[in-house]
Design a binder for this molecule. Structure first.
Ligand SMILES: [Zn+2]
Length: 251
C-alpha cells in the first residue's frame, strides 16, 4: 500500500482579495509550497517538482529549501525518482524539474498545448510561467522524458491522474489508494481547503465551469473516508501528521 507525504519547501504571503474569486477582503493569506512524495510502490513517485532559488528570490519567498533537499530528507535520493507527475506547468510546480535528473514527467496534453499556444504569453497568464523552464519542455520531450497523457490515466495500480482543468488548461489531480482510504492530491484545483469546501474558485483561471466541476470530482474521488490534500494550504500540517519540520505524513 502507498504512503503519501507532503513536503513543504517555501512560503509566501499574499492577500485574500488577490486570491479568492471576487473576494473583497485584504486580509493576509499565507501560501505554503509543496511537492508530494508517494512511497510503497515499485519505485518512488513524485508529484510536482517545485522551483529553484531564482524563482524563490524573484518572487519574495520565505523559508525556501530546495525541493530536492526535502525529498532527500524524506529518505529518497532525487536521482532515484524515475517518475514525476506534473499537475500543471506553473513555475511553482514545474520550474524545479532539473532537480530530478532521472525522472520521466507525466503532463496532460492540454497543459502543454496551452503554454506553447496563443494565450500563455498574454499578461493574464504569463506571470505564472517560468519561460526557461517551459522552453526546456521541448528538449525533454525529444529526449523521451515527457509522457504526454490525456484525461484519466493509471500511473500504477491504485494510483491515477485525473484531468480537471479549470485553474489551468490541463491541470490534473492525483488519487492514491492507501490503508487510510483514498488520498486526493488536489494541487491547484484547490489551493486552500476553503476552495473545495465552499466551492469558491481561485481567481487564476482558464475555465470557471471546469473549476467548479473539479471541486465535485475531488469530493467524489475522496468519497466518505478519503483524505483531501489542498495544494497550498498551511492547514495541511494541522490536519495530518507532521513527522518533522516540513515533512507531513498524509497516509
Ligand atoms: Zn501552485
Amino acid at each position: 500500500m502507498y504512503e503519501v507525504y507532503a513536503l513543504k519547501y517555501a512560503e509566501r504571503d499574499t492577500t485574500a482579495c488577490q486570491f479568492f474569486y471576487r473576494e473583497p477582503s485584504h486580509a493576509v493569506l499565507t501560501l505554503h509550497y509543496y511537492v508530494w512524495l508517494i512511497l510503497g510502490g515499485p519505485h518512488p513517485i513524485l508529484v510536482d517538482v517545485g522551483f529553484l532559488d531564482d524563482d524563490a528570490r524573484a518572487r519574495g519567498m520565505r523559508a525556501y529549501v530546495s525541493p530536492a533537499a526535502m525529498v532527500e530528507r524524506a529518505g529518497i535520493r532525487p536521482s532515484d525518482v524515475p517518475l514525476a507527475v506534473i499537475t500543471h506547468l506553473h513555475y511553482d510546480h514545474w520550474a524545479g524539474h532539473s532537480l530530478f535528473p532521472a525522472a520521466e514527467y507525466w503532463i496532460q496534453r492540454d497543459e502543454i498545448a496551452f503554454w506553447t499556444g496563443p494565450f500563455g504569453h498574454s499578461p493574464a497568464f504569463r506571470q505564472s510561467a517560468n519561460v526557461g523552464a517551459l522552453a526546456r519542455l521541448v528538449e525533454l520531450t525529444y529526449a523521451d522524458r515527457v509522457r504526454i497523457v490525456e484525461g484519466d490515466r493509471e500511473v500504477a495500480p491504485g494510483l491515477r491522474v485525473h484531468r480537471v482543468g479549470g485553474h489551468t488548461a490541463g491541470l490534473q489531480i492525483v488519487s492514491v489508494e492507501t490503508r487510510r482510504g483514498t488520498v486526493v492530491l488536489t494541487s491547484d484545483a484547490s489551493h486552500f481547503y476553503r476552495n473545495v469546501e465552499t466551492r469558491q474558485p481561485v481567481q487564476i483561471i482558464t475555465s470557471l465551469p471546469e473549476m467548479l466541476v473539479a471541486f465535485e470530482t475531488i469530493h467524489a474521488l475522496a468519497g466518505d473516508g478519503g483524505r483531501i490534500v489542498a495544494g497550498h494550504d498551511p492547514k495541511v500540517a494541522e490536519r495530518f501528521e507532521v513527522v518533522e519540520s516540513g515533512i507531513i505524513r498524509i497516509a
